[in-house]
Design a protein. Sequence first.
Length: 354
Amino acid sequence: MLVEVHTPQTITGQDLDVYLQRGWFRMGHTIFTTNFAHVKDKILSTIWLRIKLSAYSTDRAYRELCKRYTRFTVSIQPAEITPEKETLFTRYRESLTFPVSESLQHLLFGKETETVYQTYEVTVRDNEQLFACGFFDLGGNSAEGIVSFYDPAYKKYSPGKFVIYSKVQYCKDLGLEYFYPGYFVPGNPYFDYKLSIGRNALQFLQLASGEWRGMELFAPADIPVEAMRIKLEQMQTALQQTGVESHVLKYEFFDAGLIPDMRNSGLLDFPLFLLIGPLSDEPAGIIIVYDVRDDAFHLLVCMPVWKPDRTNPDASFYSSYFIKPVQEIYATADVLILSALLTQLTQKDITTEK
């Protein structure tokens, strides 16, 4: 699945290592994976990152920050949520232009009061005043950064970046193998700061192969949503030549599987699909998706699961229904084979017979 979520009742350090190696991230008690993000009117790819700590060494930026931070007190210890940290998080949250968790309690624990994760914190103080903080989870041979936040009044000191550097250095000193800082999003520069930390030791998870590769090998072809778009547009062009109407659409509800009531419901989790037939408010029936993991087109029959109260007014999105694949008719990497098959099927009007 491209979108998946678990809520483990217990988790060992080795369990967390396995999750992180597969490109998962935790929030509250749940741990999830997704490979796409809905940002305004776009659907973008999330590219998971990790730092190979044995290859990591402090760079000039970190050394310069350390000089600036000699006047401050930096501590690393087991995590504890306090009113002081909640106040700092609220101040930070109010400075952002996008929504984040309503509180640290919700972000780290969800609805629970305790966590199954081994969570540590970095705190930075100016005399007694807490102005920067960050949380991270320790696994068996790896760790993941959860959140870093700071008082906007101290922004000139680059506190967010310093806290992340501190997490990475602490984990290297522990002898861990990997540090996972989350993902970056090509097309959304907000996350690009992660690409400058441990650059020479930075790796990305290639969705197509499921392998971690050096960041220096990252190429446009490694952005899944763009690869999907190109392939679906190629299929659309082939179908136009045979007189079959189709439309490349962004799917509003590709990440609905992260909603508690929607988990394990088998909903479509592809961010783009090719709708066969005219645009309408009716449920999408016959669609094509392209999966970068097997380099193949999949011709699917779908059924509606739920009709939302509101739809996206942007016509480039399909938002009329939550849909679920119920049958795969055919799969192939060959555009011409699938377009010929679809031409035959549409001539038999299977869209009205399903």
